[in-house]
Design a protein around this ligand. Structure first.
Ligand SMILES: [Zn+2]
Length: 407
């Protein structure tokens, strides 16, 4: 029974335990007991080190010639090579999905696909809500193309103004069409297919909004973050269509037409924002910057506490010079924090540690003070308390998994 409770719950950690062992052995050769202690420290109570599972991994690694044993476990040339290959592939993965260009490309094609699907199902079923949403997605594509062209030809303000006026006209047209349909509702066919379509739309847009926020923060791209906010608002317009279609399945076909009115409101709102934006640009300020700094602030607020935890976590695992510690923290933490941090952010976290006497410098190397160790445990427990026990085992173990990339 006890054994079962000590099992590692998170499959992600289970999968990566092998790499954790290799990373720890890259730093030092260790006896079995030293290794067990280190892994336990690494997980600061998120899960108990499960000796059996670690032994299985050690055996596999021995079998693969990635580690060797005389009086201690040590990493071999082959192990180093494997680890290097793995780190490069992680890096590659991040490069190919987390660049501004990749994100813009994927979200453009995603929108094209969604819009086509909605048009098709919209005409098939006769849902004005779906058609309106398809038009909305379609003009969002055109609007971002116009902005992009505007930036290229250096006529951003004019192109935003033209785009805004077009959006308002189309919005007004759809509003008119929808209002007529409220009074003479038409039956909607293939209701389940239509419902599935809009649910797919909401899910994909939710994902893209998250993706754009993330890449926008990581690359500190003002336009991507602004776009992410836009996509987030678009979800509400799609939710209106969902409600309309749910109404239609119950026989209230007018609800679909009302959803059409709501969508056209969102289109006009988008047009209005573009016109406002062009006005702002003409006056020499960019309204997108305001949105961007709101986003940045919301993340940097939590930085101090999360940052302290991660700095202490790394120092608990190894004593290093300040430069080495910064490198570890940046590698493990930077990639997974939704905003790319600047050197001054790292410096400010570090300064806080010094002021609070959480670390001390001995022979040029940093190490945790007793107070620092206590603080690490307090923060670890606190993070666990944020979420339910079952979830905390899952989420936090994964978080630790990310940090360890810096080891
Ligand atoms: Zn939109």
């Amino acid at each position: 029974m006890l054994k079962k409770r000590l099992q590692i719950k998170d499959s992600q950690v289970r999968k990566n335990l092998k790499w954790h062992i290799l990373r720890l052995l890259r730093l030092n050769s260790r006896t079995r007991q030293e290794l067990l202690d280190k892994i336990k420290e690494m997980y600061v109570g998120y899960w108990m080190s499960n000796n059996e599972l670690i032994d299985i991994n050690l055996n596999t690694l021995m079998h693969e010639d990635s580690i060797e044993y005389s009086d201690k476990y040590a990493i071999t040339e082959k192990g180093l090579h494997e680890l290097d290959k793995r780190e490069k592939s992680i890096e590659q993965h991040h490069m190919s999905y987390l660049s501004k260009e990749a994100c813009a490309k994927y979200s453009l094609w995603g929108n094209v696909g969604l819009s086509a699907l909605e048009f098709f199902i919209g005409f098939l079923s006769g849902s004005i809500g779906l058609i309106a949403d398809a038009v909305h997605t379609g003009i969002d594509i055109v609007a971002s193309a116009i902005t992009w062209i505007g930036i290229k030809i250096d006529r951003e303000a004019q192109s935003a103004l033209i785009g805004g006026i077009i959006l308002c006209c189309i919005g007004a047209f759809i509003a008119f069409e929808s209002i007529t349909k409220i009074f003479t509702p038409v039956e909607i066919h293939f209701q389940i297919v239509a419902l599935v379509t809009i649910v797919i739309n909401i899910a994909v847009n939710g994902y893209f909004s998250y993706y754009k926020f993330y890449v926008g923060g990581q690359t500190r791209s003002i336009s991507l973050v602004a776009d992410a906010y836009h996509t987030k608002t678009d979800i509400w317009s799609s939710v209106a269509v969902l409600i309309g279609l749910l109404g239609a399945t119950l026989g209230f076909f007018a609800l679909d037409a009302i959803a059409g009115v709501v969508v056209s409101f969102f289109i006009i709102l988008g047009g209005y924002e573009l016109i406002k934006e062009s006005h702002g640009i003409m006056q020499g300020k960019d309204p997108k910057i305001e949105k961007f700094s709101r986003f940045l602030d919301s993340h940097l607020n939590v930085l101090q506490e999360r940052g302290v935890f991660i700095f202490l976590w790394f120092l608990n695992l190894r004593e290093t010079t300040k430069e080495e510690n910064f490198k570890c923290v940046k590698k493990g933490f930077g990639k997974h924090f939704p905003v790319k941090l600047e050197d001054k952010d790292y410096e400010s976290i570090y300064a806080g540690l010094v002021i609070d006497h959480l670390l001390e410098s001995v022979n040029g190397k940093l190490r945790l003070t007793e107070k620092g160790k206590k603080e690490l445990n307090r923060l670890a427990k606190k993070q666990v308390a944020y979420v339910a026990w079952s979830k905390s085992k899952f989420v936090n173990a994964r978080k630790i998994n990310w940090f360890s990339e810096g080891l």
